[in-house]
Design a protein around this ligand. Structure first.
Ligand SMILES: Cc1cc2nc3c(=O)[nH]c(=O)nc-3n(C[C@H](O)[C@H](O)[C@H](O)COP(=O)(O)OP(=O)(O)OC[C@H]3O[C@@H](n4cnc5c(N)ncnc54)[C@H](O)[C@@H]3O)c2cc1C
Length: 546
């Protein structure tokens, strides 16, 4: 048993724990957290529900699943050896490539020996006497640890649509998150897909290549923009490798940790011709540039947002032959970029295929899933396969699915009933020694860039405690109140926060998630880091340490 337990014994004689730290989740965040905690010499066990590592990139193996982040900005930055020995094949890697990458990381750093797969954590209870966490798996096995670190993902709790009859369907059906490992053959098949978010867009454009007939059930169209993916040649990879330091420095300067930074100009500062030329350029370039690298005010100024929305609407009208279908594909209830922008490859052209139909379920609502297919208010559709691309109970969903209770048995779910309350997105008052990697109210963005920071911050806090024999680390109510207030203030004026989406915690398929909440820190990652760095530099004096 590692050194920390010895210290724990000294501070609280009753304490006897199985591990210094338990980490939940073996995705990008959990794997790196394991690596970092091991470096402190701690005993660590990672519990992962899946049968393999990789998190998002283990589960979401639906056809067409791939990055919207540039692969070479997404990989871990922490190890120059890893950067040296991994070659990305595509600018926007597919799920199989990313799953291979994360398995390579697990092997390269010998992480597997501390990862316990097929181990879903059902509950976690804080034991005040022992100053430790008791974790129970779904199968009843129990473990304890001084520190509990959640790395359970922001998009890892899939939700099925709230439609009766799902269990009565006799054909093949699947949520995109739970896609089977065996290939699914769509040739000649009648397929129905519910949903038109980022996952659905990737699935639709891929299966449209081989499907017999595809019916897309759409409630809310999204503003999509071209991905412009391409293979990475050996020469390009050499060039990327030589620029990694510059690439990661750039990512750390941008609000969303992407390679794309907002243009310093405001939309109305340039002439209509210049504006149009700039948008044409962005629309023709790879990745999130049109979202993250646009004029600085498109996500705060309604008039600016209306102009860019009109630009993208015109693109949709140009690409979709049937004007009535084009109009259905143009969002009316939100402006461009105020929801997560799905990046696409010939998505709009799919609707020009004679074997693809779009059903607007606002006009003809789905009444039920039947044994043969989907029944709307208008008619019944028969399908061989139904795909549920209905997304996730985002950000807090994976927390809600674990019965987490802190001091005096208070449940985290109850504590967050009216919205998350955290300190720096990492700590929760009343839940000592619980640390969240990429928790609610943390800075999100190009994920590993933000997650590496989050893991390193958590690791430093644990190191601090470890070195001083501190066995109880807790946020204070004043700290949480201040941070929550700051998070709410930093979200003011952002059009995104005025729209129903997973980013504002709305999921019509989940009870209690019908009203908008501020779920993430929107002040930009550089500012987020500044706050967190200051707390650490100040010796964590804003925390209650004992
Ligand atoms: C389809 C899709 C595409 C995406 N594309 C991008 C992209 O292009 N760029 C980007 O930056 N981000 C993207 N994301 C976000 C993506 O989730 C992150 O990039 C990243 O993979 C998250 O890593 P993580 O380790 O924090 O969480 P996850 O990868 O979600 O891993 C969490 C793990 O925790 C496990 N877990 C959860 N609860 C429990 C429990 N109770 N017990 C045991 N194990 C548990 C889960 O099984 C999962 O394996 C995408 C997400 C999805 C779903």
């Amino acid at each position: 048993m590692a050194a920390l337990q010895t210290i724990a014994h000294r501070a609280t004689p009753q304490a006897s724990v199985d591990f210094d730290a338990i980490v939940i989740g073996a995705g990008v965040s959990g794997l790196y957290q394991l690596y970092k905690l091991r470096q402190l010499g701690l005993s660590v066990r990672v519990f992962e529900a899946g049968t393999g590592v990789g998190g998002t990139w283990y589960w979401n193996r639906y056809p067409g699943a791939r990055f919207d982040s540039e692969s070479w900005t997404y990989g871990y930055a922490f190890s120059s050896e890893l950067l040296e020995d991994w070659n990305w094949e595509e600018h926007f890697a597919s799920q199989p490539e990313t799953e291979r990458y994360l398995n390579h990381v697990a092997d390269r750093f010998d992480l597997r020996r501390d990862v316990q797969l097929k181990s879903r954590v059902a509950s976690a209870r804080y034991d005040e006497d022992a100053r430790s966490w008791a974790v129970t798996l779904e199968d009843g096995r129990r473990y304890s640890a001084r520190f509990l670190v959640t790395a359970i993902g922001v998009l890892s709790a899939p939700t099925m649509p709230n439609i009766p009859g799902v269990e009565t369907y006799r054909g093949q059906s699947c949520h995109t998150h739970y896609w089977p490992k065996e290939p699914v053959d769509f040739a000649g098949k009648r397929v129905g897909i519910i949903g038109t978010g980022a996952t659905a867009v990737q699935t639709i454009q891929e299966i449209a290549k081989t499907v017999g007939h595809l019916t897309v059930f759409q409630r809310t169209p999204n503003w999509c923009a071209p991905l412009h993916n391409a293979k990475i040649s050996a020469a390009e990879m050499r060039d990327i490798r030589s620029r990694y330091a510059e690439i990661f420095a750039r990512c750390s300067d941008t609000p969303g940790c992407f390679i794309h930074a907002p243009d310093p100009r405001a939309t109305h500062e340039v002439s209509p011709e210049e504006r149009e030329a700039f948008w044409e350029k962005l629309y023709g370039e790879p990745g999130f540039g049109i979202w993250q690298g646009n004029f600085r005010d498109i996500l705060t100024d309604r008039a600016a947002n209306a102009l860019v929305s009109d630009f993208v609407a015109r693109k949709i009208r140009q690409r979709v032959k049937d004007p009535a279908i084009a109009e259905k594909l143009i969002p009316r209830n939100h402006g461009f970029g105020t929801r997560r922008v799905p990046l696409e490859t010939r998505y709009y052209e799919v609707y020009n295929q004679p074997n693809v139909a779009l059903v607007d379920i606002n006009e003809t609502p789905i009444e039920r899933i039947t044994p043969v297919g989907i029944k709307t208010a208008e008619r019944e559709y028969a399908f061989d396969i139904i795909i549920y691309a209905t997304g996730f109970d985002a950000i807090t969903g994976s927390f809600d699915r674990i019965d987490i209770s802190g001091v005096d048995g208070v449940r985290l779910k109850d504590k967050w009933k009216d919205g998350p309350q955290t300190y720096l997105g990492v700590l929760v008052e009343g839940f000592p020694n619980l640390m969240m990697v990429m928790g609610p109210h943390a800075g999100l963005g190009n994920f590993p860039r933000a997650a590496e920071y989050s893991v390193e911050w958590v690791t430093e806090l644990i190191r601090f405690a470890h070195e001083r024999g501190i066995t109880r680390v807790e946020a204070t109510s004043a700290g949480v109140a201040r941070w929550t207030e700051h998070v709410l203030a930093s979200g003011q004026g952002l059009l995104m926060n005025e729209i129903d989406s997973w980013m504002t915690g709305v999921n019509r398929n989940v009870e209690g998630k019908q009203t908008r909440k501020i779920m993430r820190y929107s002040g930009g990652h550089p500012a987020f880091r500044e706050h967190c760095d200051r707390v650490a530099a100040d010796g964590y004096r804003t925390l209650a340490l004992a």
